[in-house]
Design a protein around this ligand. Structure first.
Ligand code: FDA
Length: 392
């Protein structure tokens, strides 16, 4: 039976970061993963270029039942610390909108760096390891797996959330929490496209591929970014962001022309271009196909001189407050993250250790901390794992 200081279950972003930090402290570290490859989600992230962090990281960019929980870790291991690490490895990166940082070349650079750091810190990684049982006895944990038994003093759960089961996502972390009496908050898919009600789907699916810069809102949040019409519903960054704040059955509002005062603009045009049709004018702002879905042919065919103020107000309301009730989301199959998870009230925000089960730690997405789109989820993985790595 192998005796180890620290076992980390999960060789993803958080598991590898925690392993590096614990290894650097001289701890004997073993990382176990049931997948055949470490860091699969890193490799597929950011369209293959890994949006590894963001220049602006604030607690408000995270969703949790305990909104204060993330603050300590995010200030102890910051985006600047991770940037310094990738600069040491000469990984070229660039900034996109909203401070998002991506690799110039490939997400593989990030994984290669983490694996090199693990190697330097003497960390052992065992893949294809299915863990069937974990028992606590005395001061240690005993793990039973298809690769034999392992005993460790500290156990770190870094098994992530439920998104993309095809990549190896499992509810393992939640089950272990429950086994040790730690509360798990209900989970749901986040950063995920919306599906539409059957009628709306028939109406809007021909718009598939159209992207529009909008403001998308519900009663709690608002995001100004692109929406994308798809065959199945609505996607694009604005929709993904709002999906994390969406409750089933709720309508969302889309301002399709957030930089215009549509009613005022149309009134001005009515004076300048009285004979132009509404269609001709609106087509200078929005795609024809979208307009055809939002308005009747009769309305679009009206010349501006024939449009009453009431007509213009109706058009303005439709464009500034297009309201649509999603049918649901695409679910974990395509979601980037899982909302909910291990209840942060049961975990120390300083060490990531369970408050009730000594030497049991949770890091990364398995915890009830979910970041916005834009590198926030990786930063949470790095920060929470770095903290645990100092104590395991
Ligand atoms: P992660 O999921 O990375 O790792 C968990 C590990 O545990 C996996 O290796 C898995 O195989 C293993 N595991 C699970 N169950 C197990 C079991 N029963 N036994 C053994 N091992 C088990 N975020 C971001 O900030 N920027 C981005 O660009 C993207 N892009 C992106 C794209 C896509 C398509 C997805 C799905 C997600 C993103 N994300 C993202 C989110 C980001 O990938 C995610 O938040 C982090 O990978 C979470 O890191 P963790 O280490 O917590 O889990």
């Amino acid at each position: 039976m192998a005796e180890i200081d620290v076992i980390i279950i999960g060789a993803g972003a958080s598991g590898l970061m925690c392993a590096i930090e614990a290894g650097k402290r001289g701890r004997k570290v073993l990382v176990l993963d049931h997948a055949n490859k470490a860091g699969k989600k890193i490799l597929m992230s950011g369209g293959g270029r890994c949006n590894f962090t963001n220049y602006s990281i604030e607690p408000d960019n995270f969703i949790s039942n305990n909104p204060h929980f993330c603050k300590s870790a995010l200030t102890r291991y910051t985006q600047w610390d991770f940037i310094a690490l990738i600069e040491r490895y000469h990984i070229a990166f660039h900034e996109r909108e909203h401070g998002q940082l991506f690799c110039n070349d490939s997400a593989k650079d990030i994984l290669t760096m983490l694996l090199a750091e693990c190697h330097n810190a003497g960390v052992e990684i065992r893949l294809n390891t299915d863990i069937s049982n974990i028992q606590r006895g005395g001061d240690s944990f005993t793990l039973t797996s298809n690769q034999g038994h392992f005993v460790c003093a500290s156990l770190v759960i870094a098994t992530g959330g439920l998104s993309i089961p095809k990549m190896g996502a499992t509810p393992f972390g939640y089950k272990i929490a429950e086994q040790f009496g730690i509360n798990v908050l209900p989970t749901r898919a986040g950063l995920v496209p919306f599906t539409l009600q059957p009628d709306d789907k028939d109406t809007f699916s021909p718009l598939s591929g159209i992207a529009i810069a909008c403001v998308v809102s519900n009663t709690r949040q608002s995001f100004r970014e692109n929406i994308l019409f798809t065959h199945r519903g609505l996607s694009g960054p604005a929709i993904l962001q709002l999906s994390s704040y969406w409750h089933a059955g709720e309508a969302i509002t889309v301002d399709l022309l957030p930089d215009e005062n549509v009613a005022q603009t149309l009134k001005t045009k009515r004076q300048q271009k009285a004979k132009h049709t509404l269609k001709t004018i609106l087509e200078t702002y929005l795609p024809k196909r979208l307009l055809a879905c939002l308005f009747t042919e009769e309305l679009l065919a009206l010349s501006l001189q024939d449009c009453s103020d009431k007509h213009l107000a109706l058009v303005a309301t439709r464009l500034h407050q297009w309201t649509i009730k999603p049918n649901g989301t695409e679910g974990y199959r395509t979601a980037e993250v899982t909302l909910g998870g291990v209840d942060c009230d049961e975990i120390s925000s300083k060490t990531m250790a369970s408050k009730t089960m000594p030497n049991l730690y949770f890091v990364g997405e398995v915890l009830d901390v979910t970041g916005w789109l834009g590198g926030y989820n990786f930063q949470w993985a790095w920060s929470s794992a770095w903290c645990a790595g100092q104590y395991v």
